[in-house]
Each structure stands twice: as structure tokens, then as C-alpha cells.
Design a protein around this ligand. Structure first.
Ligand code: HEM
Length: 227
């Protein structure tokens, strides 16, 4: 196995435990009575927050690879997105099962009445579609349309953040901050900006390479001189 591939596998080994840690902590807190006085709200908030962070991290993989030139980080996009979907599903389950006792009529009424829940549901439906079609089989079946379909991720993240901001009763500083991060990540994907960054990076690498090459030549010369 190539060295870079081994390094990537090490990263995927970090992603799984790191993404599952909030869930493990949540289960531990629930079992040991460490949730807040409003346990349903605590569960809703913690799962919702984990979902948002993982979705943003998944969205950040491509821009990070453009800026750093580290292509293999793209492979982390899928596990991060799937974990984001997992937490969003748990978040929705806490709301529908624990808060509303799976009463479908009441749930539908709540979704129709509260705009932030409607927007959250829309974001979740998009994530479900993306998770379902994220396999190699679906990638093959959908061909060029797969990429087009998966551009919906750029819509799901802003919707999730609008939902987050609207769900907040007063202080919306945090969703605004995360919204700014998402806006920046989406901007970095714009083809003209992306091309410019890639050109800068290549120029930087090219400028450093002759210097490194030069050092090696001096070193080689010394070695060959016996110095
Ligand atoms: C991608 C999908 C979703 C994400 C990322 C998400 C994320 C969040 C976040 C971050 C919060 C704020 C937590 C806080 O106060 O710190 C929140 C609140 C909330 N979400 Fe979602 N959500 C999603 C979908 C849904 C869905 C589908 C439902 C219900 C059907 C839902 C129901 C709620 C409720 C009821 C609250 C308010 C909790 C409170 O009273 O504090 N969310 N969500």
C-alpha cells in the first residue's frame, strides 16, 4: 500500500471514533442521569449541533484539498456527511418519538406550523437522498447525474443553518458564525476562485521546488567533495 494511502487510512480511523464520540457521551450521560433538567431539549440540541458541525466538516473537505493540494482528504467527505445524516436522523427521532410520542397528526401539524421545523425537515430529506445514493453502485447507475444530484449538499447545509438560527429563541451569534463559515466554504468552490487558488498553490510549490533542488545539489556537491 502506498504511504499516502496508509496516511489517509489513519485519518479515516480518526474520523470514525471522533464522529461517534458525541453519541457515546450522549448515551453515557442519558444512562447515568447526567442530562440537563430538560433531557429532551438536551438530546435535541446535542444531536442537532453534532449534525451541523459534521455537515460543515464534510463540506470543508473539497475547499481544504483545493487550498492544500491534499487530494486524498476528499475521501473523508462521505463518512463525515453520513455521520452528519446519522445525527440529524437521531435529532429528528428525539423530536418525533420522545417529544411527540410518534403522534403523526401532531407531528405533521407542528411541521406545517413552525417554519424552522419545515426547513429542518427539508434539509433532512435532502441528506437522506444523498446518503441513499452515496454508494458506488448509485454513482455508477446515475453517471454524470450523480454529481449534479450531490450538489444538493450545498443547499442542505444552508437550510440546516437557517433551521438552527430560527430554532434559537434569542442569541443567533453561533448560527451566524457557522453560516459565515459555510458561505466561505461555498465561495471557495466557485470555479474562478478555485482556479485562482490552484494557480497560486502551483506557483508556490514551483517556487519552493527549485530551492529544495538547489539545496540537494549543494549537499550532493559537498558529499562528492567529501565535505
Ligand atoms: C439536517 C437536519 C437538521 C439539522 C442539522 C438540525 C440542527 C439543529 C440545531 C443545531 C438546533 C439548535 C440546537 C440548539 O439550540 O443548540 C436544532 C433545533 C431544533 N430542531 Fe433541528 N435540525 C435538523 C432537522 C430537524 C428536523 C427534521 C426536526 C423535526 C422534525 C428538527 C427539530 C428541531 C427542534 C424541535 C429544535 C428546537 C430544540 C429546542 O427547543 O431547543 N430538526 N436543530
Amino acid at each position: 500500500m502506498a504511504e499516502s494511502e496508509t496516511r489517509l487510512n489513519n485519518w479515516t480511523h480518526v474520523v470514525h471514533p471522533a464522529a461517534l464520540a458525541p453519541l457515546a457521551l450522549l448515551v453515557w450521560d442519558a444512562l447515568t442521569g447526567r442530562l440537563t433538567v430538560n433531557p429532551i431539549q438536551d438530546l435535541t440540541q446535542r444531536t442537532g449541533y453534532a449534525a451541523v458541525i459534521l455537515l460543515i466538516l464534510s463540506l470543508g473537505c473539497t475547499p481544504l484539498s483545493v487550498v492544500t493540494g491534499w487530494k486524498r482528504i476528499i475521501a473523508l467527505r462521505r463518512p463525515l456527511g453520513l455521520y452528519g445524516f446519522l445525527y440529524a436522523t437521531l435529532h429528528m427521532l428525539v423530536f418525533t418519538a420522545l417529544d411527540f410520542g410518534l403522534n403523526l397528526a401532531l407531528i405533521v401539524q407542528e411541521i406545517a406550523e413552525k417554519r424552522y421545523i419545515l426547513v429542518g425537515t427539508l434539509a433532512l430529506l435532502i441528506l437522506a437522498l444523498l446518503a441513499l445514493t452515496s454508494t458506488k453502485g448509485w454513482q455508477r447507475r446515475l453517471g454524470r447525474n450523480w454529481k449534479r444530484l450531490h450538489r444538493l449538499a450545498y443547499l442542505a447545509a444552508p437550510l440546516a443553518l437557517i433551521h438552527y438560527a430560527w430554532a434559537q429563541k434569542s442569541d443567533i451569534r453561533q448560527p451566524l458564525l457557522l453560516g459565515a463559515a459555510v458561505a466561505l466554504l461555498l465561495m471557495l468552490r466557485l470555479p474562478p476562485l478555485r482556479r485562482r487558488i490552484e494557480t497560486w498553490r502551483r506557483a508556490l510549490v514551483a517556487r519552493r521546488q527549485p530551492a529544495l533542488h538547489g539545496h540537494a545539489t549543494v549537499g550532493e556537491a559537498r558529499r562528492s567533495d567529501g565535505g
